[in-house]
Every structure is written in C-alpha cells, then in structure tokens.
Design a protein around this ligand. Structure first.
Ligand SMILES: C[S@@+](CC[C@H](N)C(=O)[O-])C[C@H]1O[C@@H](n2cnc3c(N)ncnc32)[C@H](O)[C@@H]1O
Length: 343
C-alpha cells in the first residue's frame, strides 16, 4: 500500500493529525500511521489524496512519501534507496525544502534543495523548472529529520478567508471560523453524500462547510432569525440541497438513527444565548437527543467550554468519548472539542 505524507498546519497542536485521520475514516478507508513528526504525518492508506485535500482545513499539502532520513544522512539515504526510481523520468521538476517551525536551524535550506536536486538529476532524466514543474519533490525538515515526498495535492487554504464570518452574507458574533467548522465536520466523519446535522445551527458556520464538502447539511435552531441567516449563508455559498428546521435541540424533530454525522457548537451563554438554561441542563438534555437521531456507530463532534465535564454528561446518553482537543479562545474561555461515537 502506498504511503501518504501530510504536511500539516501548525495552527493547533492536536487537531491537524486528528482531522487527517478522521477524513480518511470518513472516506471509509483503512489506514495505519507509519510515522508522526512535528507537522508531518505519514500514513499507509488507499484513500484518494485529492479527495482528502479537498476535505481538510488544517493541512497544507499531501505527497506520496518517498523516504525519511536523519538530516545529516539525507543525501546518502536518497542515493542508497529506490527514491530516484519512484520519480517519473522525462518531466520537468523542482525540489522544495520546507523547514517546520525552527527545526534543524543548522541547515541551509536553499543549499540542501540544490544538493537534493543535483543528486536526483544525476540519476533521473529531467529538466528543472522552478516556476511550473510537472513533478515537485517536497522535503520537510522536522524533528531532526528530513521527510521526502512527491507532491500530489494541495489544500486550497485561500478559500477559508472568503468565508470568514465578517464576509459571509449573514453575521453573528457566536459563529465559528471556517477552518474549525470544517475540521469539526471531518472529526464527525461526515461521509460525502451523507447527512450532517447541526442541532444548534446558528447562522450555519458548520453547515456551510458540510455543504461544500458534499454532505447534506441539516440545521436546527430555536431562533428563526438565526435560521434566516443560515439560509442566506448557505445559498450565498451556492449550497442548494439543505434542510433548516425551527426546533429545540432538546427534542430534535427527526426520527431515530437517521443522520450520518453530527457537528455542533452549542451556546456557552456568552455571545450565544442558552435561553436562561443552565449549561449542564442544556447539554444534558441535548446529548440523549443527539445520540437518538445519530445512526449506530456514527460520530458526533461537540464543543463545550472547558468548565463543563461533557464526558460525564455523555455517559448516560449512549455516547462513547473518542477524543478531546482544547483551544484557548481568549483569557477567560477555553473551548473543548469532543468527539463521541454512538454505541
Ligand atoms: C454558538 S451558536 C451556533 C453557531 C454556529 N455553529 C455557527 O458557526 O454559526 C448557538 C446557537 O444555538 C441556538 N440555541 C440555543 N438554545 C437552543 C436550543 N435549545 N435548541 C436549538 N438551538 C438553540 C442559538 O439560537 C444559537 O443560534
């Protein structure tokens, strides 16, 4: 099986790896983690790298993994391995070396790129084209190693700026940033063509990402004005196949086991209102409903303020905790991003 090398973003310590693995699972593909380094993940899988790149938020590019070597032994490792045989002959190519954070400060990056290119050039028939190469060799310097791969797919990172809350047709201060919203849809393992429910939809930050990823967004909110905003936002981004329902997440108006995945960011009683309910009660009453409408073995990605012990509340609801991530929002708010699986 071929190995994929993910060059991940450094925006969060744990979400990028979790998101990449969740996206592979959402595509119903088996995987085995071969190596995990700072901002680089190498996985054996048959998942389609183009599809993964179109799904991910916290990833920069995806390559076929060629080799990993200690930086000092890189040229020797390339020379003595079958790396050059894996590079297509007769094409134009370029070598890019990227330093992750401040790893391997002693390495002169342009010089190493040239040395790698010269070494490959001595074995492979090619022409260097740094502007529009047909084949790109990527080397990532991280944790004292250099990981080498052939770039196959890049994540369109510029798209997220076009969906920032302030530039969407409808705005609400409690809405999520698009990268986190997309990551949550991945963590919920929403399959392409399946349904993704957000029972606290707000103006649809999560629903927009789900719709753009090819899932059918279904949103519920107790406030009709929020749903009007969600409609404007979904249609503003060209999403036509969606469902918005005025309702209460504590008694979801959907039949049992009908949604494939759930991703939601309930109110914390700050920018978004809990309508006078204590947070424990709101979450405590919504969790059994989330479990009820989710298909068996489906995943739910749910945020909460770190002050709330959500795993305890989920115990009796039939939701098994799978993973948990923390994100500092500001001085007085740390958000937890939980993933549960229906038993
Ligand atoms: C934090 S906002 C959701 C933001 C949304 N994820 C986004 O990115 O745009 C929480 C939403 O929950 C809604 N809400 C509060 N109580 C609710 C309830 N019991 N049932 C359904 N929605 C509720 C609020 O009206 C608000 O729109």
């Amino acid at each position: 099986m071929r190995r994929l090398m993910f060059l991940l973003s450094g925006e969060h310590p744990t979400l990028p790896v979790a998101e990449a693995i969740a996206a592979i699972k959402a595509e119903h593909r088996a995987y085995k983690v071969v190596e995990q380094l700072d901002q680089v993940l190498i996985v054996e899988t048959k998942a389609d790298p183009e599809v993964l790149a179109s799904r991910l938020a916290f990833c920069r590019e995806i390559c076929w993994h060629l080799c990993t070597a200690d930086v000092a032994e890189l040229l020797e490792a390339i020379g003595s391995s079958d790396v050059v045989d894996l590079i297509p002959h007769g094409r134009t190519f370029a070598v890019h070396i990227r330093r992750v954070k401040r790893h391997s400060p002693e390495v002169d990056v342009p010089r190493l790129a040239k040395e790698v290119a010269d070494l490959i050039a001595s074995e492979v028939e090619f022409k260097v084209d740094l502007e529009q190469p047909e084949v790109e060799v990527l080397g990532a310097l991280t944790d004292g190693k250099c990981v080498i791969g052939l770039t196959i797919a890049r994540v369109d990172r510029a798209q997220f700026a076009k969906r920032k809350p302030m530039v969407r047709p409808a705005f609400h201060p409690g809405t999520l940033m698009p990268k986190l919203a997309r990551c949550m849809v991945n963590l919920a393992r929403a399959p392409t063509g399946g349904t993704l429910l957000d029972p606290f939809a707000g103006v649809g930050g999560i629903l927009i990402e789900a719709g753009l990823m090819g899932a059918k967004p279904v949103g519920i909110d107790i406030d009709p004005e929020m749903l009007d905003g969600a409609r404007l936002n979904l249609e503003g981004f060209g999403i036509e196949d969606y469902q918005l329902i005025l309702g209460d997440a504590r008694s979801i108006p959907l039949a049992e086991a009908t949604v494939d995945a759930i991703a939601t960011d309930p109110p914390y009683g700050r920018q978004a209102t809990t309508a006078g309910l204590k947070l424990e009660d709101l979450y405590g009453q919504a969790l059994p409903e989330i479990a009820r409408v989710l298909k068996r073995k489906g995943y739910a990605c749910i945020t909460s303020p770190a002050t709330l012990e959500l795993e305890d509340l989920a115990k009796g609801a039939g939701l098994r905790p799978i993973e948990r991530h923390e994100q500092r929002v500001h001085k007085t708010l740390t958000r937890r991003i939980h993933v549960f699986r229906k038993r």
